[in-house]
Design a protein around this ligand. Sequence first.
Ligand code: GCU
Ligand code: CA
Length: 137
Amino acid sequence: ASTRYEAESAPAVCTGAIESNWAGYSGSGFCNGANAAGAHAQFTVTAGAGGAATLRIRFANGTTGSRPAGLTVNGAAAGTLSFEGTGAWSTWQTATVTVPVNSGANTVRLNPTTSAGLPNLDYLDAETGGEQPANTL
Ligand code: GCU
Ligand code: CA
């Protein structure tokens, strides 16, 4: 099972504006990050146990250029994401990355590395350790 963290819901951080003018998002909106390097978005991911977590980040990029970002977990570099164009701002795709997490709350930050900033971000789904197996009969 995984837990969904909406980009528009605290304690998530959006360096930009929460908007809802492009269709297809989950929840009540999405994070339109400022078009600037370092205009980060942040999620707090809670894990029942330390270990590897699979993150699925839903985004839209209506441009033809990628919107690359570095990913940190609790301040440590944990990967990069390219966030390629999705064809339209209302066309959402999911980028998947596996990162290490600690037991308890983890700060996951997406830090855009170009002046284009991040793509629009809808949510982060996190599949962490320490969850109950679905059925162990
Ligand atoms: C457009 C679009 C925004 C998007 C922005 C961007 O303004 O409406 O949703 O965030 O482009 O280039 O980042
Ligand atoms: Ca933007």
